[in-house]
Every structure is written in structure tokens, then in C-alpha cells.
Design a protein around this ligand. Structure first.
Ligand code: NDP
Ligand code: 2IT
Length: 445
């Protein structure tokens, strides 16, 4: 049995039922076969066994009192997966579906993503099965305070720096930061995605979506192509989706659809992003309201139908496994040219295979394509350490540069291993090389 297969079999046996974690590990380890063959010393050092085992998993109780005076109890998670190249870094997700498998898949992906940014950040992820939907502002605050009352002892600006993810945006980061500061009596860059009035970075809010479009634009440029006139479908309507849509429009793309977990809107005249922002960012409403407000647009219940809309560019920006094999085959049949993943692991393994085999389809995997968010988080950390701020244009230019470099590095890694255009392999290999080198240098830890 090959080393990677042995490690994968062991991982499945030791972590039964963690299907998202198995999925992410399968994709990553399969890509690394060629690297492993070149480095027999890795097996001797049990490097892969150590790579797939989190350095630390923190599980905790989050008790809080709702507005009716009832006591609620949620689960809290922080997985400090790999700190070889820098402090653990990665978001917090608040969503009822959150479990250890989801946090571990996100953490594993984050290690390689953070490495690809070229910045000194290790991989971590956390969150809770708390559902922010329908909660009052006061309940959100009380929950965040309780969550941080345990988490604060495990994190720090040089140890572990959480940020947002699904269900954790500017409001939640504010409450989490307020409680951290109160408990530690320190005003430091322990969280990123902070408000601009208390240490946040300009362009962090836009960074994941903008970065996604920048790397897609670079892949297009390398093929003498551009966003101009292309039909684009963006799933989701949260932080990543909104700014991906905005930048795609700015570059001349025509975004015709967006969604949320209930359904999607199709607007043949092109999505009016300011209306989406008002519904989602200001009113915290549902995407359905778009069709009530914008003439000529149509709302359909259920989210998967969005992939039946013919488009040349697909930007999945909602959640894991939102594109299955069937959805992928339909996209290919309808003439898709670029699939760039804004969400983490939005294509399941079968969908990835379909895109990989289809000729003329450029597939940019999440760990490369959505790395702009965490890269800008690292820029926020740099600004916090220096106690100064950079302008929007300065941060945006650095973000663009990071994304162009990621494209070049994954393209180069794919070529080096004789798999030109296979950016899944390219991203896994390029991300892993640096982490592996650092882990080897540190000895058996
Ligand atoms: P938000 O909470 O702002 O938005 C999430 C969006 O996805 C909403 O439209 C939501 O719909 C939809 N969604 C969430 N869960 C599901 C589900 N189970 N099924 C269908 N739709 C769903 O999160 P973000 O925009 O921050 O995150 C979106 C994706 O991007 C995630 O995969 C995240 O991990 C990834 N990501 C985020 C980064 C960031 O900087 N924020 C960085 C890199 C990746 P609804 O409102 O109905 O729940
Ligand atoms: O998945 C991700 O990269 C994020 N949610 C952003 C993490 C961060 O630390 O900015």
C-alpha cells in the first residue's frame, strides 16, 4: 500500500463518521502522491500522520440566556490544526450544521490556503452550532460574550487569531473583540475583520470576493480572455458572494443570479448589487425580497436550481458540497468555462472530477481562489503590529498581488508535476511544500 493510502485509511478508521474531514483529506492526500514519492524522508518522519492530526482540538460548552429568560447551551469549537509557518489563523463559523468534522475539514484546508498566501500564518478554524437566524441583537451579543469567555484563554495575537466565516461578520467580531478586551485588558490584533474604528483593515470586508475575482481574472488573462460580457452565476448572498458579484460587475461581467439557503433569484438584466446589499447587509433579509423589488427578476425555491442557469463563469460562494456531480455535468453541458470556488469545498469529489475531466474548463479550487480573505486578515495583523493603517488602495493592491502570485504558484506547481492546468494538484502541492519544509525543520513535534 502506498504511504498516502495508508495514512488515508488510518485517518478514516481513527475519525469515524467525519465525512467532510474524510472528503477534504482524500482530495489533498491524493494530490500529494507525487511529492511524497520525491521525498522518502517524509514517511520516515511520519510527516503525513502528523499533518492530518490537529495540534490541538478545543471543545467547550457555551451557555447563554435568551430574551425569554430560557437557558440555552451550544457547543464551541476551536481546532488549532497546524502552527508550523505562523500563528493559527482561520475563521469562526456559527451555523446549526457545525460539528467537529466540518471544523476539521475547514482547518485542514486552511493550512494549505494560508501557506499559499505567502504570508506567515498557520491553520486553524472554529465555531459553534449556534444559529444566528432569528436571534435578536441582544441574544447575539450575549452568545458571543459567552463564547469568548472560554475561547479567550486559548487565543492571542501571536498564538491564534480567529476571524469571521459563515454567520460571523462585523457585528459578531465586534462583540467577540469587546469581550476579549474586557477579559484580558489588552487592545491587540487578536481577531481580524475588526471594525475600522478599532483596528480593522480597509478592504478586509471586500477581500475574499475581490480576491476571488482577481485570481479568476488572472486565469482569464493567461488565456487572452477577460470578464467582459461573460455571464456569471454567484451562489450565496453573504459576505463573499456580495463582493465577488460587485467586482465581477465592475470588470464587465454580467451576474444573472444569486441565492441563499432558501432559493435563488434570476435577473436576466443583471443583478443590481446595491439592492442585494440593502436586503442582506442592512435589513438582514432573504434573497426572495429581490424579486419583489426588482422588475423582471424571478425567485425560485431551492438552491441547487441555480446551477441549471447557463453561464460561462460560476462562482459558488455559499457552502460546502453545494455543487454535486449532477450539477457539475449540467454546468459543463451548458458551456461553463471557469469555475472559481469562493466557498470552502463547494464542489463535492464527483463534481471536481467532472470539472477536471471536461475539456476547456478552468477550475480554481477554494484554497487558492478564496485565499484573499485570510491574506488580507494577515495584512490586518501586520497593520495592528505596527499600530498604523494603510489606505484602501494600498491594501487592495497588495491583495491583488497576492492573488496573482497564488495563480502563478499553483500553475507552476502543476507544470512541475506534469499536470498542466490541474490547479487542484497545483494548489495542494504548492501549499504543502512550504508547510512540509517547516515541519521537517522543527523536528518531531
Ligand atoms: P455569510 O454568512 O456572510 O453568507 C453565507 C451565504 O451562504 C448566505 O447567503 C447563506 O444563506 C448561504 N449558506 C450558508 N449555509 C448554507 C447552506 N447550508 N446551504 C445553502 N446556503 C447556505 O458567509 P460568508 O460569505 O463569509 O461565507 C461563504 C463561504 O465562503 C463559506 O463557505 C466560507 O467558509 C467561505 N469563505 C469565507 C471567507 C470570509 O472571509 N468570510 C473567506 C474564505 C472563504 P442564508 O443566509 O440563507 O444562510
Ligand atoms: O475560510 C477562510 O479563509 C475564512 N473564513 C477567513 C479566515 C480569516 O482568518 O480571515
Amino acid at each position: 500500500m502506498k504511504y498516502v493510502d495508508k495514512v488515508l485509511a488510518r485517518l478514516k478508521k481513527q475519525n469515524p463518521g467525519e465525512k467532510e474531514f474524510h472528503q477534504a483529506a482524500t482530495e489533498i492526500l491524493t494530490s500529494l502522491e507525487a511529492v511524497i514519492e520525491k521525498h522518502p524522508e517524509y514517511e520516515k518522519a511520519a510527516l503525513l500522520e502528523r499533518f492530518v492530526e490537529p495540534e490541538r482540538v478545543i471543545l467547550f460548552r457555551v451557555p447563554w440566556v435568551d430574551d425569554k429568560g430560557r437557558i440555552q447551551v451550544n457547543k464551541g469549537y476551536r481546532v488549532q490544526f497546524n502552527g508550523a509557518i505562523g500563528p493559527y489563523k482561520g475563521g469562526l463559523r456559527f451555523h446549526p450544521s457545525v460539528n467537529l468534522s466540518i471544523i476539521k475539514f475547514l482547518g485542514l484546508e486552511q493550512i494549505l490556503k494560508n501557506s499559499l498566501t505567502g504570508l506567515p500564518i498557520g491553520g486553524g478554524k472554529g465555531g459553534s452550532d449556534f444559529d444566528p437566524k432569528g436571534k435578536s441583537d441582544h441574544e447575539i451579543m450575549v452568545f458571543c460574550q459567552s463564547f469568548m469567555t472560554e475561547l479567550f484563554r486559548h487565543i492571542g495575537q501571536d498564538t491564534d487569531v480567529p476571524a469571521g466565516d459563515i454567520g460571523v461578520g462585523a457585528r459578531e467580531i465586534g462583540y467577540l473583540f469587546g469581550q476579549y478586551k474586557r477579559l484580558k485588558n489588552e487592545h491587540v490584533g487578536v481577531l481580524t475583520g475588526r471594525g475600522l474604528s478599532y483596528g480593522g483593515s480597509l478592504a478586509r470586508k471586500e477581500a475574499t470576493g475581490y480576491g476571488l475575482v482577481y485570481i479568476t481574472e488572472e486565469a482569464m488573462r493567461a488565456r487572452g480572455d477577460s470578464f467582459k460580457g461573460k455571464t456569471v452565476v454567484v451562489s450565496g448572498s453573504g459576505n463573499v458572494a456580495i463582493y465577488a458579484c460587485q467586482k465581477a460587475l465592475e470588470l464587465g461581467g454580467k451576474v444573472v443570479a444569486m441565492s441563499d439557503s432558501n432559493g435563488y433569484v434570476y435577473d436576466p438584466n443583471g443583478i443590481d448589487i446595491e439592492t442585494v446589499r440593502d436586503i442582506k447587509e442592512v435589513k438582514r433579509g432573504r434573497i426572495k425580497e429581490y424579486a419583489e423589488r426588482v422588475k423582471g427578476s424571478v425567485y425560485t425555491e431551492g438552491c441547487r436550481g441555480i446551477w441549471a442557469i447557463p453561464c460561462e463563469v460560476a462562482l459558488p460562494c455559499a457552502t460546502q458540497n453545494e455543487i454535486n456531480g449532477e450539477n457539475a455535468r449540467l454546468l459543463v453541458k451548458n458551456g461553463i468555462k471557469y469555475v472559481s470556488e469562493g466557498a470552502n469545498m463547494p464542489s463535492d469529489l464527483e463534481a471536481m472530477e467532472v470539472f477536471g475531466k471536461a475539456s476547456g474548463v478552468v477550475f480554481l479550487p477554494a484554497k487558492a481562489a478564496n485565499a484573499g480573505g485570510v491574506a488580507t486578515s494577515a495584512l490586518e495583523m501586520a497593520q495592528s503590529s505596527q499600530r498604523l493603517y494603510w489606505s484602501f488602495d494600498e491594501v487592495d493592491a497588495k491583495l491583488k498581488n497576492v492573488m496573482i502570485n497564488i495563480y502563478r504558484n499553483i500553475d507552476d506547481a502543476a507544470r512541475r508535476y506534469g499536470a498542466e492546468g490541474d490547479y487542484v494538484l497545483g494548489a495542494n502541492v504548492a501549499g504543502f511544500e512550504k508547510v512540509a519544509e517547516a515541519m521537517m525543520a522543527h523536528g518531531i513535534v
